[in-house]
Ligand binder design. Structure first.
Ligand code: FES
Length: 105
């Protein structure tokens, strides 16, 4: 089992069990994580699923595709160096213990 911890802007945390192969957005929504709205349902068209990953995970994943890069500029919260759309990141076993920061909207 892969456990992820989502951290809110106020510092509160929520740890959730994540199924490999599902997106971070799906995991967050299924667990009721605040701040992950996901208006477009995961098609990288709304940027309401914006999260900030740890640097090492961000590096390991490689850069976002061009469309995701463009959408991140439309996120409510300012984009950060390790920002990603959570609907475009699938859970893998090596993410066990990862913290995912939900930016202030
Ligand atoms: S759910 Fe809309 S961009 Fe991720």
């Amino acid at each position: 089992m892969t456990t992820l911890t989502f951290i809110q802007p106020d510092g509160s945390e929520k740890s959730v069990a994540a199924t490999e192969g599902r997106s971070l957005m799906e995991i967050a929504q299924g667990a009721g994580v605040a701040g992950i709205v996901a208006e477009c349902g995961g098609s990288a068209a709304c940027a309401t699923c914006h999260v900030v990953l740890p640097q090492d995970v961000f590096d390991r994943l490689g850069p976002p595709e061009e469309h995701e890069e463009d959408m991140l500029d439309f996120a409510d919260a300012p984009r950060e160096p390790c920002s990603r759309l959570s609907c475009q990141v699938n859970v893998t076993s090596d993410m066990d213990g990862m913290t995912v920061r939900v930016p202030a909207a």
